[in-house]
Structures are given as structure tokens and as C-alpha cells.
Design a protein around this ligand. Structure first.
Ligand code: ATP
Ligand code: MG
Length: 317
């Protein structure tokens, strides 16, 4: 049986990060970058690294930041045919500085960058028509134009027998911006695999109890929920059972991208019909390896790196 193709719609950025921890960007500081980034781009790159057919619908500028991303995604096996090159807008950027407490300060250029404008053409239609599975990132629902496009794309894949995964990737503060809550609810209504992290589990429901929130989600048509809990590990739920894995002990260098690599690995294995325990273990290995590398996409792994980590920690315990 042919492997199912995963398509994501969303932002491609470069990340440029401060070398030292501290507050913001109000004085000249040393920076390192550009690194390829954007949650949907990291997700699709990790899928392709595992050998899954995968494509991204996005846009970059006609500049080196765009070329850097394009070359990386191509080299890792992503179908880049629906990445539009915009001559009028630069590639999106995120400047990031970690504070001492682990929180991050950002300067973003996304809404007014290439990826902030929707480009619909033959290449986009072809890629969407080839999708067996759509993965939706909450971060890509930021404008009514994008959320309408993402929601209708997910609905049409679903209508022809495909599947949908959803990472809300959303802070409560943004949820009240225009139309986002409604867009999230529309995506959730067609979601098969839901991948919230921490308190995102409670974003749309009316409960603050884990079991109640999961029950509510599973009764609404979602077939599996995977709750990401950072260094505390992750838990899988379906209507029959739950299963928890702890996080693999690694030295955390840069936590950005862990959730995307984890989700991409779980979704890929889930599409291949792998049992949830194995899928969860591989996903946790992908999340762990992601944090060991500086740069959000640098920590994406191939299958042998995942099984190496799993086997190493087995023999250590
Ligand atoms: P992101 O910050 O990328 O949005 P997220 O909140 O979506 O991440 P996390 O829960 O932080 O997702 O990470 C996903 C998974 O990756 C975790 O469930 C865990 O298995 C693994 N992971 C994350 N951080 C670490 C870590 N420091 N050490 C080991 N494993 C980790
Ligand atoms: Mg997340």
C-alpha cells in the first residue's frame, strides 16, 4: 500500500537567535542565524525525514532567507512545488531571545512577509488534490483569509476519505482575536488526531480536568488525542485506552521545535497504522532529539536516529 501524503498549510520563516539569555533586543547583541523555521515547515520536514510523502503550501520571498528554507526542505525530501516565491515581500523572520526563566522574547515579521499572504494557483490546487492527510497548526489560522482556506482544505480532504491532525499551538490571549475561536472549532470538528500541549487541552472545552476534557474531545468525533507535556512526557488517549511515555533524558539546548517534531512523528506513524505505544515512543524520541540541537529545524531526525535513542535508553535502564 502506498504511503499517505501529508500536506500542511502555513508559515515558512527564518529564525535568528540571540547568543546569550536576557531581555529583548533593546541593545546591540550577538545573534546567530538564519535557521530554517516556522512550525508547519518544521513539521513537514520531520515527516519527510521519516520517508513520508509530505508537502507544504506556503510562500517565501525572492531572497536568501527563502532560498535557505527551500533548499533545506527539498534536500530533506519535502514536495516544495506549492511554495510560492513572492517578488514583493521578504521571507518571514522571527528574532528570538531566551530570558533567564526560559520564556522567550520575539520580534516577528510574519503577517506582512511572503508567508502572510495567501497565493492560490495551479501548484497549490495540485498539491491539495494530492493530499491524503492535512495537518493544521493553530498558528496558521491567524487571519480570516488563511483560516477560511485552511478550514475548507481540511474539510475537502476529509470529505474524500482523508484524515486531519491538529496542533492548536495557541495561547489563550490570541484565542479571543477575531474569528480564531470559531476557526479552531471548525478545524476541531473535522479533526481525527488532536495534538495539544499542556493547557491547550482546555482551550475550547469548558472543563479544567484532564479526563473530562479528553472525554469531551473523544465524544466529538476525534479518534485520538495526544497530550504533549514537555519534560513530563506525553499521553495518548482514544476511546478504549490511554498510554503514557516519559520524556527521554537529554541535554536541552533549544526547546523550539520539539512539539512539531513530536507531532510529525506521531502523525506519520499513526498514518502508517503503527500501534499507539510504538508511535508514542518514536514521537517522544523525535521531541527529545529536537531539543538537543540549536535551531528549530536542526533537530529533525531520520528513523535510525529515533531507534538509536530508543535502544540506547533501553540498555541504560
Ligand atoms: P513547542 O515548544 O515546540 O511548541 P510543544 O509544547 O508543542 O512544543 P512539548 O510538550 O514541549 O510540545 O514537546 C513535545 C514532546 O517532546 C514532549 O512530550 C516530550 O516527549 C519531548 N520533549 C520536549 N522537551 C523535552 C526535553 N527537554 N527533553 C526530552 N524530551 C522533550
Ligand atoms: Mg506546541
Amino acid at each position: 500500500e502506498a504511503l499517505r501524503k501529508i500536506v500542511v498549510i502555513g508559515e515558512i520563516l527564518v529564525e535568528i537567535m540571540a547568543d546569550d539569555r536576557g531581555e529583548g533586543f533593546l541593545t546591540p547583541i550577538a545573534l546567530t542565524g538564519p535557521f530554517p523555521s516556522g512550525a508547519p515547515a518544521i513539521f513537514v520536514d520531520q515527516c519527510a525525514r521519516l520517508g513520508q510523502p509530505a508537502a507544504i503550501v506556503s510562500a517565501i520571498g525572492n531572497d536568501d532567507f527563502g532560498r535557505l528554507n527551500l533548499e533545506r526542505l527539498k534536500a530533506d525530501g519535502v514536495d516544495t512545488s506549492a511554495i510560492y516565491i513572492d517578488d514583493d515581500r521578504p521571507t518571514g523572520t522571527a528574532f528570538v531571545r531566551y530570558r533567564h526563566d526560559g520564556r522567550r522574547d520575539f520580534v516577528f515579521n510574519i503577517a506582512h512577509a511572503a508567508c502572510g499572504k495567501l497565493h492560490r494557483g495551479d501548484a497549490t490546487d495540485r498539491v491539495l488534490a494530492s493530499a491524503d492527510h492535512i495537518h493544521v497548526m493553530g498558528s496558521s489560522l491567524s487571519s480570516p483569509e488563511f483560516s477560511g482556506f485552511v478550514v475548507s482544505s481540511a474539510q475537502s480532504v476529509k470529505k474524500r476519505g482523508g484524515t486531519v491532525s491538529f496542533d492548536p499551538n495557541m495561547r489563550k490571549e490570541i484565542l479571543n482575536a477575531n474569528g480564531i475561536k470559531e476557526a479552531m472549532a471548525s478545524v476541531l470538528a473535522v479533526t481525527d488526531l488532536y495534538l495539544p500541549s499542556d493547557e491547550e487541552l482546555f482551550l475550547l472545552g469548558d472543563s479544567s480536568d484532564i479526563d473530562a476534557a479528553v472525554t469531551q474531545l473523544l465524544s466529538g468525533g476525534i479518534s485520538a488525542v495526544v497530550h504533549k507535556r514537555g519534560v513530563k512526557g506525553a499521553t495518548y488517549y482514544d476511546s478504549n485506552r490511554s498510554h503514557t511515555v516519559s520524556a527521554y533524558p537529554v541535554v536541552e539546548v533549544d526547546p523550539t521545535g520539539a512539539g512539531d517534531c513530536f507531532g510529525a512523528t506521531f502523525a506519520t506513524m499513526w498514518l502508517r497504522g503503527t500501534d499507539p505505544e510504538t508511535a508514542l515512543r518514536l514521537a517522544a524520541a523525535a521531541g527529545a532529539l529536537a531539543v538537543t540541537r540549536r535551531g528549530p529545524m536542526e533537530g529533525a531526525s531520520d528513523m535510525s536516529a529515533l531507534t538509536d535513542l530508543i535502544n540506547t535508553s533501553k540498555s541504560a535502564s
